[in-house]
Design a protein around this ligand. Structure first.
Ligand SMILES: [Zn+2]
Length: 310
């Protein structure tokens, strides 16, 4: 690396772990590290750890002869990106934390705060599987289901920082209870956790979504039924998404996307059946894995620098 090269400090803060990196303006990663979030310590302790880790990364950049120019942080929950405030998060416990200002003060650098899934979508749209797609819908399917709509290289945040909650599209009125308090949301039927839970209800045997996919592929009738129900619900949700967003590319990420053709083949067919005059989007697997959120945080930091130099 050349002395004086610019990098940004990037952190993706999750309920259990933080993925962190130093990233160059071209999106290449110079250094990565991971830390435990230990959210049970409470939000104040988590904020201190975030700031300590960010400061440590900036120090490592300096020590390597690099120049940190900005910091980007992605967090889960409801995020007010224009104000730089982590408004609310169930798994980290944030309540109105002005994280952008805290990071700017600690590091003496411009900072950006983003939402984890929107940051991941940004990275997939600009550097990953949606690179050639223009209008991209990134859908992360894991314990929940959330999405990011990326147009022109930026992810829509919504008026209240809560855009992209595709997991709470009502697909099965009166269906399984959702964590949000309503019944029949998409993520109550088709998230990886919901698939495992439904299979366990029917069979009395605990299983992960990946195991249900394996058993469905092997022809086990109850697994076939549970998998089919999830695929159909996802197709309903994505058809609604396509009616709203008319994207060129849908990028599926999160644990469930690792089911590969077992998910993508039937889902593509089911989505096609549901579309009438809307154009069928390209349906592809995410390319950046669990580093998407961290790379997205880096892109937000780089965008901040670009904006300030204009
Ligand atoms: Zn819900």
């Amino acid at each position: 690396m050349r002395p004086g090269d610019e990098v940004v400090v990037a952190l993706d803060v999750g309920g259990t772990g933080m993925k962190c990196a130093l990233v160059r303006p071209d999106g290449t990663t110079v250094h990565t590290e991971r830390h435990a979030t230990a959210a049970q310590r409470g939000p104040d302790a988590v904020v201190e750890t975030v700031l300590d880790v960010a400061e440590g990364l900036a120090g490592k950049a300096h020590a390597a002869g690099l120049t940190p120019v900005a910091c980007g942080i992605a967090v889960p929950g409801v995020v007010d990106e224009p104000r730089g405030v982590a408004v609310w998060s169930a798994n980290v416990g944030f309540r109105d934390v002005p994280l952008r200002e805290l990071a700017t003060t600690r590091l003496g650098l411009p900072a950006a705060l983003g939402h984890d899934v929107r940051a991941g979508g940004l990275a997939e749209a600009r550097l990953g599987a949606g690179r050639d797609g223009g209008h991209v819908l990134f859908v992360a399917i894991g314990t929940g289901i959330a999405a990011a709509h990326v147009v022109g290289g930026s992810a829509a945040t919504g008026a209240h920082g809560a855009a992209g909650e595709i997991g709470h599209i009502l697909v099965r009125p009166g269906g399984p209870p959702c964590g949000c308090g309503r019944a029949g949301c998409l993520e109550a039927v088709a998230s990886a956790s919901a698939i495992g839970r439904r299979y366990a209800e029917l069979t009395g045997t605990p299983a992960t979504a990946a195991e249900v996919a394996d058993r469905a592929a092997a022809g086990e009738p109850l697994a076939v039924a549970v998998w089919r129900a999830a695929v159909d619900a996802l197709a309903d949700g994505l058809a609604t998404g396509q009616a709203l967003y008319d994207v060129a590319t849908v990028v599926l990420g999160g644990g469930l996307a690792q089911a590969g053709p077992r998910l993508f083949d039937p889902l593509r067919d089911a989505l096609r059946e549901r579309l009438t005059f809307h154009r069928e989007p390209r349906l592809v697997a995410a390319a950046l894995g669990d580093e998407a959120g961290c790379l997205g945080a880096a892109l937000l930091a780089l965008d901040t620098v670009a904006k300030e130099s204009r």
